[in-house]
Design a binder for this molecule. Sequence first.
Ligand code: PLI
Length: 466
Amino acid sequence: MPKRSWAEPFKIKMVEHLRMTTREERERAIAEAGFNTFLLRSADVYIDLLTDSGTSAMSDRQWAGMMLGDEAYAGSANFYHLEEVVRRYYGYQHVIPTHQGRGAEHILSRLCIRPGDIIAGNMYFTTTKAHQELVGGKFVDVIIDAAHDPDSEHSFKGDIDLGKLQRVIDQFGATKIAYLCVGATVNMAGGQPISLANLRDVSALCRKHGIRIFLDATRAVENAYFIKLREPGQADRTLTDILRDLCACTDGCTMSGKKDCLVNIGGFLALNDDELADAARNMVVLFEGLHTYGGLAGRDMEAMAIGIQESVDFDHMRARIGQVEYLGRLLIEGGIPLVRPVGGHGIFLDAARFLPHLPREQFPAQSLAAALYVDSGVRAMERGAVSAGRDATTGRNIFPSLELVRLTIPRRVYTQAHMDVTAESVIELHRNREKIVGLRFTYEPKHLRFFQARFEPVEGKRVLRV
Ligand code: PLI
């Protein structure tokens, strides 16, 4: 059969100009930013693959929805629209808006974790773990071993190892476990999905022991797409049906609407338990705002309600994840070490193998992200030892098994040509990898250090030698 291509299910109505910079300008900019891509000005960035968080392009319908903002302090019509949509697509009863995902994580952690409690989960996420630790909890990873192996082609590297989970229950006792925190997809593992079959088994085990499960639903629609494509028996189902099944295995979710939900700001906490929801509605008043806006304008809630409906469209998701796969294919063909299989929201370069001449203490992923910016103006993000931070007890640097650079693809923003430019730069850098210099801290903040830390090259002044 002749090849039949598919293309994006949208056309472009408005453009935003990008500034091209010289290598000299970029060298200056990255030095001023302390070799941390988070501290660059976006005006100095050509292709911004720092994150897919809050960087999506909204649709004309979402923008039209912004004009329907009901900016009432209490009982905004947009809140009721959002509530109805979350109930319909995610299936949870109670919906409490928050300004973004970590707002929901904060409330949930405060309500459910007592000092000394354990929170088990399928790999940590930075803000989630930070909130769990702030209230005295300790995170224990129960993801399958394959998730830590960049070469494992396991279809569901987000799966939970039931044996590991059982051992945590045996060791600490079910009453010491505040809840199970399930990511879908798992960001730090490379955007890897969890299977429905696994989550159902996990749910059965947790229910047997009376342990609650909360889903990090930030990219759960992307996870549903992988389930449809890869899990036996799921191919003919809609993303909505799969999403509802995922959520039905859990007691509630935290949501950063800035990813799947296609908005630039927003999030929510969704719960089934009436009492817990009452407590959350009471607490949200202290930190976010009244329970019918939670730190959001009415127009933001409207855009999120519309974005959720667009996010479950199969053609949208095929184009979104298809673009990530396209970039992944170019890089794999170019011999670049990266996390396989390619995940949902970005490409995760294996910086440890990309730069074997740099010891982990010189933060190869941080160096690679800075060098990529110097080479082409592409902005990526470190996801390795700098992100992992220090052990809360010993104060020592944590060196996780994965030392990655994430090229994160915003939704509906860049074209295939932008992916080509990015791939060519990464491949060129790989050819010249000996020219990349390691980094050391000059400033290290206490919380979530990767956001604001500053570095300098361990020798000379450049991260990428000429
Ligand atoms: O950035 P927030 O506060 O809206 O959401 C926090 C958050 C929670 N869970 C997961 C899986 C995330 O990926 C997440 C935020 N992620 C960011 C900012 C990212 O760049 O991946």
